[in-house]
Design a protein around this ligand. Structure first.
Ligand code: HEM
Length: 104
């Protein structure tokens, strides 16, 4: 049971980090295409507004999906850190200290 939760947590950490990088790319794409649509900062010279709108529409749901995957996974880890969600690793360390384990 504990081994499975370690694997799940490792996968969740990978999800949190990978989705962060994908999000960074998607957000940059939305910023550039958004400015192209509004004709600001010369972005409409980099990409045509019609093309920018198509990109906005195609990548709309991936942006939302990656945002929720990233936010949910990092919030889960924050809740574990704060002790709201039970944390077996912290509990084991506490028990170890209580039994006189060394700090190293
Ligand atoms: C569009 C918005 C966002 C972008 C582009 C973004 C991007 C990133 C990137 C690139 C990383 C680094 C991943 C790595 O270490 O390899 C990261 C990590 C992180 N992000 Fe975000 N993020 C966004 C939104 C959020 C939100 C809304 C939250 C909080 C709810 C959040 C909390 C965190 C935390 C706590 C980490 C550290 C995860 C860890 O390695 O333990 N981020 N994010």
């Amino acid at each position: 049971m504990a081994a499975r939760s370690v694997t799940v947590n490792r996968l969740l950490l990978k999800l949190a980090r990978a989705s962060g990088w994908v999000l960074l790319g998607l957000v940059l794409l939305f910023v550039v295409t958004g400015y192209a649509l509004s004709g600001q900062y010369g972005c409409d010279r980099v990409i045509e507004p019609q093309q920018a709108l198509t990109i906005h529409r195609i990548f709309d749901w991936p942006l939302l999906a990656f945002f929720f995957a990233h936010a949910a996974s990092v919030i889960y880890f924050a809740l574990r850190r704060w002790g709201v969600v039970p944390n077996e690793k912290k509990k084991a360390a506490r028990v170890g200290r209580a039994l006189g384990g060394s700090a190293q």
